[in-house]
Design a protein around this ligand. Sequence first.
Ligand SMILES: NC(=O)c1ccc[n+]([C@@H]2O[C@H](COP(=O)([O-])OP(=O)(O)OC[C@H]3O[C@@H](n4cnc5c(N)ncnc54)[C@H](OP(=O)(O)O)[C@@H]3O)[C@@H](O)[C@H]2O)c1
Length: 326
Amino acid sequence: MKTRVLGKTGFEVSEIGLGCWQLGNDFGPLEDKDAEQILQTAMAEGIRFFDTADVYGGGISEQRIGEWRKALAKPPIIATKVGRNAALYPNGYSKAAVKKSLQESAKRLGVDSIDLAQLHCVPREVLFDGDILAWMEDLKQEGIIKHFGASVEMLDEARFCCEHPEMASLQILFNVFRQDAVESLLPLAEKNNVGIIVRLPLASGLLSGKMSSHHQFDEHDHRSYNKDGAAFHVGETFNGIPFEKGVALVESLKSKLPEGQNILDVSLRWILDQPQVSSIIAGASRSSQVVRNAAASSLPPLSKELHVLLADFYRDEVRSEIRGGI
Ligand SMILES: NC(=O)c1ccc[n+]([C@@H]2O[C@H](COP(=O)([O-])OP(=O)(O)OC[C@H]3O[C@@H](n4cnc5c(N)ncnc54)[C@H](OP(=O)(O)O)[C@@H]3O)[C@@H](O)[C@H]2O)c1
């Protein structure tokens, strides 16, 4: 597993990280032993960067990571998020409430100081107001967190964050079905030494290539109840693309790929081919997926021709299908 530096944190993180939303049972129920096996497998594959949030399963994801972490001689980097729990979202933001949320996360994770705390898609007006960023600076001074970053939905929010002098990292929606950041964000992030963490690399699993339009999701899986954005931002589920359309686009792209290339490897490798990306936090609901995704770090870069094909396909066929803005 190759590593890259994560922006201003200076942390060496694995190119493939583990997204731990699944460990909160938000992609369907997961037994404790299966969650632990996913975490163990990730470590065995060289994954040293884990992303979670206080709201994943109401704290279950953080708790499972904390339990597992206890036994490790050399724990990996764990990033969590703050800003979407019921005490804060949508209008309960105060320094005291943010601090309390982070202290609760630290307790669940079993750490004295959180490696990286990311603002979790806080409302635009809260972000742009700027107070919350000043609170994060203070909380860093107080030692509650080591670094702070932000997870955002829109690219203008990402660019705003990049200008903050202490913003260590940005977590963005970025994949072969959402490519705008290549030109409109990554150069700025690089200039300002803001590490890029990529979420939804497989567009909630669509880009694994395994889904058909008849695919059934568990009723507790956000891909069932949020496929059209009924519960939270539509972009967080299938990248904002209507599910059946997404499946059709995947089939169309598969038919255009050169012989011997599969869509999952191409999707992960395309992201790693962007040098400004520090880590892809691929989500996994079983260990075999962790193993498969980790292998992308060893694949060779895609050819120039394939990059052109993917850029053209995105521009001509995918971009206009994305709901919720970019
Ligand atoms: N607002 C935010 O900050 C925010 C929002 C969303 C996500 N995130 C973070 O980003 C992480 C990644 O995003 P995501 O999990 O939503 O999307 P993702 O990584 O694009 O998709 C994950 C899903 O893809 C499928 N998958 C993964 N690897 C596979 C493989 N090798 N073969 C076949 N299928 C595979 C699995 O689906 P099945 O479960 O159907 O097998 C898995 O649950 C999350 O875990 C979370 O940590 C943050």
